[in-house]
Structures are given as structure tokens and as C-alpha cells.
Design a protein around this ligand. Structure first.
Ligand SMILES: [Zn+2]
Length: 325
């Protein structure tokens, strides 16, 4: 838990420093070789303050010490002509949580990469963090996965097969269909919730649910899953029940999660809501946020996605029902 909290603080401090320094930079002349590193001629963009200009950045002791349009010199210089210089991006929907994936993320400017949709298997969250400790090139974090806990209860996969998140979904999804279509009885439901709960106690940032992949999950199950997160004041991030759906079912999927979040006074994240009906989902999110509710949404930066071919919603019958919407 501390790991990601510390990282967010660093990002916040960096942004605050940029804001402060941009304010004062015009009144100070650039100093000689005071900087350890200078990044010259880049298009400096800070989404928080809307700063957007070709400028030079002086870095000292690992921190931004100056942003100015005047020339800077330092011990080391990077020419960023025709490049954007921005704070590291935070991606909360990043499924390739492995070294090679992180290397590619860095090339996109992502310095914090987290899988808050699938997450990892609760009882192995500690192992997941150990896998990253002192080895990760990016800031990292994960959530306690609903699907992994459901797969454990319905298919009793060995823990080893559930550690390798998020790729282990392939193992569990291929093993049977019980993880997707089984309606849990009371005992199974409580066992599943205990796995999710264990993940939160081991440092998961919140709860991750791929609900749309398992129609066997009842409304009660989803409510109880969100309640586990609520017990710790943590979010539940959800791939909605009807995704991919229609202009009616997509917002209905969001309404389920937002209504539960409201009743439980819990944060919630609506995953990739750039689907049919997104305008209504966005309005719901805006209005909830205006009322002080801690709910967010996220969208894909691209128009297509990919998934496992045997996903329940890929059945021809269901796709056929979508036409003409
Ligand atoms: Zn998804």
C-alpha cells in the first residue's frame, strides 16, 4: 500500500513544484551550470495547470528546479526539440504488468501503470508486490480481483495458476465455464468475498471486477463485492455487466455500480465507458462528482479492444441481438 501512496505523493509534489516555478521563473535570469540536467527546447505540457509552451527545464537533485523560456545550461543536456515534456502519465487500466510491458509503457510516457480492472488474486497480492519490489521501472500497484476469487471458488485452480495476473485469466477461463456462468451459493459467495478481503488486507489499492465477463454473478454478488471495498474506504473498478451493450444496457450497467457505491458510500470506477450510451454515463459521473461522490470513469484512447474469444458476450446469439441498436 505504501508503495503507491508514496508514488502519488511524488507526482503531486512534482506538479506543485512545476506550478510554483513556472510562476517565478519569469522574474529570474537563468543561472549558469546550476543544474544536474537540462531538458531544452521541448514542448512543456502540464495538464494540471494547462501550461503549454516550448521551454527549458532545469533539474537539480532529482527535482524540477526551473522551467523557463530562457536558455539553461547544466552538467548534462537533453535536446527535446519536437518532443513533448510532461509529468509521467498514470494509467489505471494497464494489463501488461510485467517488465517488458512496463518498458513499452515508459515509451508512451506512462510512469505509473496499474491493472485496476482485472487486478490480482487476493491471497497472492503480497507475492505480486514482492515480484515488483526493487525491480520495477515504473510506479506500480494492483487491486484485489473479483474474477480471480470467483475462479478459485468455482474451479479451484492451484494458487500458482492464479498468481500470474493478469495472464492467469487465460488459464482459468480456459479450464471451464463455471467461473463465468455459475451462480454462487451462500458458502461459495462468502469464500469468494474472503479472498477479495484478504487482498485488501495485503495491500491491494481497491477491488477490480470484470463483472461483464461472468453473467452468473447476481446483483447481490456485485453489491457484496463493492461492500468489501467499502469496508476499507476503497474503490471498486468495474468492467460493466452488459459491456459490450446498447445505449440502454451500458448506462444500466453503470447505474448498478453507481447505485451500490452511493448506498455503500464507497468510491467507484467505471472502466472504459466509451461504449454506446457513454453520454449518459458521463453525465451521471459528472453529477455524482458535483455532489462530492468519489466516482471516476476511464476511456480507451483507441477505438478497438481485444479479449478472450470464448467470452460469454462473444456468442453469436448475443452479438446478433446488438444489431440495429
Ligand atoms: Zn474491460
Amino acid at each position: 500500500m505504501k508503495r503507491i501512496t508514496r508514488n502519488f505523493v511524488l507526482v503531486t509534489i512534482t506538479l506543485a513544484m512545476m506550478t510554483l516555478l513556472m510562476t517565478v521563473s519569469l522574474s529570474f535570469a537563468a543561472n549558469g551550470k546550476d543544474y544536474d540536467l537540462v531538458i531544452n527546447n521541448g514542448r512543456v505540457m502540464d495538464p494540471e495547470t494547462n501550461y503549454d509552451a516550448v521551454a527549458n527545464i532545469g533539474i537539480k537533485d532529482g527535482k524540477i528546479a526551473m522551467i523557463t523560456e530562457q536558455k539553461l545550461t547544466g552538467k548534462e543536456t537533453i535536446d527535446a526539440t519536437n518532443h513533448v515534456v510532461a509529468p509521467g502519465f498514470i494509467d489505471t487500466h494497464f494489463h501488461w504488468t510485467r517488465p517488458i510491458g512496463y518498458k513499452l509503457a515508459l515509451r508512451d510516457g506512462v510512469t505509473t501503470a496499474m491493472d485496476l480492472e482485472a487486478g490480482a488474486y487476493g491471497p497472492r497480492i503480497d507475492d505480486w508486490y514482492k515480484m515488483h519490489q526493487n525491480k520495477s521501472q515504473v510506479n506500480y500497484g494492483t487491486a484485489s480481483g473479483h474474477e480471480f476469487a470467483r475462479s478459485k471458488v468455482t474451479q479451484n485452480l492451484p494458487d500458482e495458476d492464479l498468481l500470474d495476473a493478469p495472464f492467469s485469466v487465460v488459464k482459468s477461463r480456459a479450464a471451464s465455464t463455471a467461473w463465468a456462468d455459475k451462480v454462487l451459493d451462500l458458502e461459495e459467495g462468502n469464500q469468494m468475498l474472503s479472498y477479495i478481503d484478504e487482498g485488501l488486507r495485503l495491500g491491494a489499492l481497491g477491488v477490480a471486477s470484470t463483472l461483464g465477463y461472468f453473467p452468473g454473478a447476481t446483483a447481490r454478488e456485485m453489491y457484496e463485492v463493492q461492500k468489501v471495498g467499502a469496508n476499507y474506504g476503497r474503490f471498486t473498478a468495474v468492467h460493466l455487466r452488459y459491456t459490450p451493450g446498447t445505449v440502454t444496457t451500458e448506462p444500466n450497467g453503470a447505474q448498478e455500480i453507481l447505485a451500490n457505491a452511493e448506498a455503500l458510500n464507497a468510491p467507484a470506477i467505471i472502466n472504459h465507458f466509451n461504449n454506446p450510451g457513454w453520454q449518459l454515463v458521463q453525465e451521471l459521473l459528472v453529477r455524482y462528482r458535483e455532489r462530492g461522490k468519489n466516482v471516476w470513469g476511464e476511456i480507451y484512447p483507441y477505438a478497438a479492444g481485444s479479449t478472450t474469444i470464448n467470452a460469454d458476450f462473444c456468442q453469436t446469439r448475443k452479438l446478433g441481438r446488438k444489431t440495429g441498436q
